[in-house]
Write a new protein. Structure first.
Length: 366
């Protein structure tokens, strides 16, 4: 195998496959990446069994071939180089990568047991095409609410589902919930995508990306982004009926400036580090204000008062980090913040006629 490729394109592709090729004690060969020269393309492939990625970049192929190599050293070398034309040559079990001024040699690994990348039968699959930058934003609004607790696998995913003719993305860890309306469609779908998969998809999207194609089978999903194909297993678990826990009405409804609310929560969070991040929020109808306070028993306390439209008095204690995540995910200058008593879910969304994003935060008991 021998070819010439642009350093910057090769480095970008290597960085992507390097993230996927992680060591597994039960399947150590997947810690390597598969490189193939074919036609006028250089194809890089990596998998950790649950998640796979294939990237194609243009190259001048002199001799076709393939090789399996550990990626970390190769990635570090190539990404450290200045922009240039790189020659890649595989011969006698060794991979040479060089330019006019730089040269390195890497040992290869036998590729006999390297697993094939799973393919989706697209004729029977459900497909969607979504503007990539919009999808990236939609995912970023919900993904922080997904759980990292593998003991509850359903909650480690983002639930892509159709409801009343629209695609929705939802995520929850049991303490908060994010629900985003994405796109009007005519095909129904229900799929639980690992949050880690969507993180990789989002990383592949840049300002030049047009549309992203999403292809679903019963057990897998394929994302086509730029020159990358990302294939992932779906989570085989039943997702909770999350829309049932979103209160349709609340006793206390507050309309407030988002930036002022964020500032008050950030200040209160400084004093809340020793109390599980808990901050107290009091709505006062008579004074048309929202009071955000916290106490650090060893150091002191803090109180901030913000002007707001308040329907009824109310008090609630929330985790400051969860509340900040919710506020930062909401678009718009003003938001609606509503709740019913100290133990009911708190609902936040933009003060708009057409609400496409809702965030729910569960209160703390003390």
């Amino acid at each position: 195998m021998k070819l010439i490729v642009k350093q910057d394109k090769f480095a970008k592709a290597l960085s992507s496959v390097n993230r996927i090729a992680t060591y597994r004690k039960d399947f150590p060969i997947v810690s390597n990446i598969f490189i193939k020269a074919q036609g006028n393309r250089l194809i890089l492939t990596a998998t950790n069994i649950e998640l796979s990625i294939k990237i194609e970049i243009p190259a001048k192929i002199e001799t076709e071939g393939e090789v399996l190599v550990p990626p970390k050293l190769l990635n570090s070398f190539v990404t450290s180089l200045p922009k240039c034309d790189l020659t890649i040559e595989f011969k006698n079990g060794r991979l040479k990568v060089y330019s006019d001024k730089y040269r390195s040699i890497f040992n290869s690994v036998p590729a006999d047991d390297y697993p094939a990348i799973p393919e989706i039968e697209e004729k029977e699959a459900v497909k969607y095409v979504i503007p990539a930058l919009e999808f990236k934003k939609d995912v970023s609004q919900v993904i922080s609410a997904a759980s990292s607790d593998t003991a509850r696998p359903a909650l480690t995913g983002v639930y892509l589902n159709t409801y009343e003719g629209y695609i929705y993305l939802a995520a929850t860890d049991g303490y908060r919930l994010a629900d985003k309306r994405v796109l009007k469609v005519d095909k129904e779908i229900e799929a639980l995508i690992p949050a880690t998969t969507l993180q990789e998809v989002v990383r592949e999207i840049d300002e030049s990306t047009g549309d992203i194609e999403i292809v679903f089978s019963t057990k897998q999903v394929l994302f086509r982004v730029n020159n990358s194909d990302i294939t992932s297993q779906l989570i085989d678990a039943k997702y909770p009926k999350y829309k049932e826990i979103i209160p349709k009405e609340s006793d206390t409804v507050i309309k407030i400036n988002k930036d002022e609310f964020i500032s008050a929560v950030k200040i209160a969070a400084i004093f809340a580090s020793g109390s599980n991040g808990g901050i107290n929020i009091s709505a006062e109808k008579e004074s048309s204000s929202l009071i955000v306070s916290s106490i650090a028993s060893e150091y002191g306390e803090n109180t901030s008062e913000i002007s707001a439209d308040v329907s009824n008095d109310g008090q609630v204690t929330l985790n400051s980090t969860y509340l900040l995540n919710a506020l930062n995910a909401i678009d718009g200058k003003k938001i609606i913040f509503r709740f019913s008593g100290k133990l009911s879910p708190c609902v936040l969304y933009a003060d708009e006629k057409d609400v496409d994003y809702i965030h729910v935060v569960m209160p703390l008991k003390n």
